[in-house]
Ligand binder design. Structure first.
Ligand code: SF4
Length: 409
């Protein structure tokens, strides 16, 4: 065979290869179209189908479908937001998550448990800023059991009857359940009776146990996280769900995370709101052990975040509200997310200590968040944790933000 001169079979094979490539692209386009149509019909796509779309559909296609689905769930032009404060019960924690710069080991000189006097100052300030809700979370303190939290909630509610407590999260509920040797249902019912209004979707990270073993071994497993949310829905607590992505997980693990949350939502009791919102955000890596030891970096670009917002809409047809995390991606990317399926801008976070400790620097005032929503082409609407609309209180005090340390829009 003369290799210097292409013979007929090689020529055919080049042509065939080109033809096969075109055919493959055509088939990919057809499958993308088919999956997007099914998404528009609110069908449950499998995790594998989600991966296919995430990897093959263009950003424009995903945004278009995300935005159309948003209009199915929330037909008006409103983008909701909330005034609340993220305070912490304690920074003492024995879970040792590798992405967390917030916690201190028991006995550490910087460890604390927030006192009632400190709560009073925080809540009085929250009310002055027009808020009514405390998002209250903390570490897995080895000595703080159910009585500590029920007493705390009762004291806060006695002093501030209109205060809403959006508090703890599945990993803390799992920790308390273990300390008390009780059940999720009993612990959640006792917390609710003491004044808990709703349960944040904290600590979900990625629900795959492979990932959790590597980044948050001391926390509850993925299935227990979901079981606790199901139990919360049974006792009548509204919850949210989250995903912290962009570290060591695969695309399949992201989509499986969404599919598993969707499944729990499908099983919520009749009449329960279940998961009222879903909030994905990219891992913040500054000074974390995960970055130093596992070399995991936040590589999530604005484009990828927008795609994940659209995929969240597509994969979660039974969750009404999708929130863009401006705290971690900044104003402009978050504004773009409003055209990709998000309908909520979350809280102005009068106080936030956990994600900020890993590098999240963006901040909004009440005025700034409304301006940003208007600038993106939508109407800002203040809400509460149940996503009911609130009138903006008159004479609210605008926050003074530290522009040296924060990026204020
Ligand atoms: S993320 Fe929460 S559970 Fe994990 S170490 Fe930090 S405080 Fe503890």
């Amino acid at each position: 065979m003369n290799l210097s001169k292409p013979d007929f079979p090689i020529f055919v094979s080049f042509e065939t290869g080109y033809f096969l490539l075109i055919l493959k692209n055509k088939l990919t386009d057809m499958k993308v179209d088919e999956l997007l149509h099914r998404a528009l019909n609110l069908e449950f796509l499998t995790a594998e189908e989600g991966v296919f779309l995430f990897e093959q559909a263009s950003t424009a296609e995903l945004m278009y479908v995300g935005a159309r689905l948003r209009r199915r769930h929330v037909p008006n032009n409103n983008v909701t937001w909330i005034i609340d404060r993220n305070s912490n019960t304690t920074n003492v924690c024995i879970a040792n998550c590798k992405f967390c710069n917030f916690y201190r080991r028991p006995g550490h000189e910087e460890s604390y448990i927030t006192t009632i006097e400190q709560y009073k100052q925080k809540i009085d300030e929250l009310f002055r800023f027009g808020g009514e809700q405390l998002l209250l979370q903390g570490g897995h303190h080895p000595e703080l059991g159910l009585d500590f939290y029920t007493n705390l909630f009762r004291q806060l509610k006695e002093r501030y009857p209109t205060l809403k407590l959006h508090a703890l999260g599945p990993p803390e509920v799992a920790h308390i359940t273990k300390l008390e040797q009780s059940t999720h249902l009993e612990v959640l019912q006792a917390l609710k009776d003491a004044g808990l209004d709703s349960l944040p979707g904290a600590g979900a990270e990625i629900l795959s146990d492979r990932v959790r073993r590597l980044i948050s071994k001391g926390k509850c497993g993925g299935q227990e996280w979901l079981d606790i949310m199901h139990a919360a829905h049974k006792v009548g607590l509204t919850t949210s769900a989250t995903m912290m992505f962009g570290h060591i997980e695969t695309n399949y693990e992201r989509m499986d995370h969404l599919a598993r949350i969707r499944q729990v939502q499908a099983q919520k009791p009749e009449g329960a709101k279940g998961f009222i919102a879903f909030i994905p955000w990219p891992f913040q890596d500054e000074d974390t052990i995960l970055k130093r030891l596992k070399r995991a970096r936040n590589t999530c670009t604005g484009d990828e975040y927008v795609r994940m917002i659209a995929m969240s809409r597509i994969m979660l047809p039974n969750i009404t509200n999708i929130q863009a995390s401006w705290l971690t991606v900044g104003k402009q990317v978050a504004q773009l997310c409003l055209h990709a399926g998000a309908n909520d801008f979350g809280s102005i976070m009068i106080e936030e200590n956990v994600v900020s400790a890993a590098g999240a620097r963006f901040r909004f005032t009440a005025q700034g968040i409304q301006d940003a929503i208007r600038e993106a082409g939508f109407t800002p609407q203040l809400r509460n944790q149940e996503y009911e609309y609130r009138e903006l209180p008159e004479n609210i005090v605008q926050q003074e933000l530290d522009r040296e340390r924060m990026i204020v829009d």
